[in-house]
Design a protein around this ligand. Sequence first.
Ligand SMILES: [Zn+2]
Length: 92
Amino acid sequence: MVLNPQIDAEVRAVLDDGDHERFTHIVLEGYTPDDGEFVAIGNSVVEGIINSSVVQALCGKTWVPGRDPQKYPLCPTCRDIAISLGWDVPAT
Ligand SMILES: [Zn+2]
């Protein structure tokens, strides 16, 4: 997937609670072109929590979100990808 640099990424950090190592991952929920409405990509984290549906992180991990994301460090792979794309990385 190629993102236009002028596109704003909508990211949300969520807890991965399925693995031994726990990280907060970044999920791309969609983007907003300069001249258009928000465009959704896949399931949002909120939808995942409400519907128990799977979301996918930048690093490729998929899981069903469901807990407070503030307790764990940011996934280094997600962080590197987000930074390389020029996105704002969620504070941890
Ligand atoms: Zn990740």
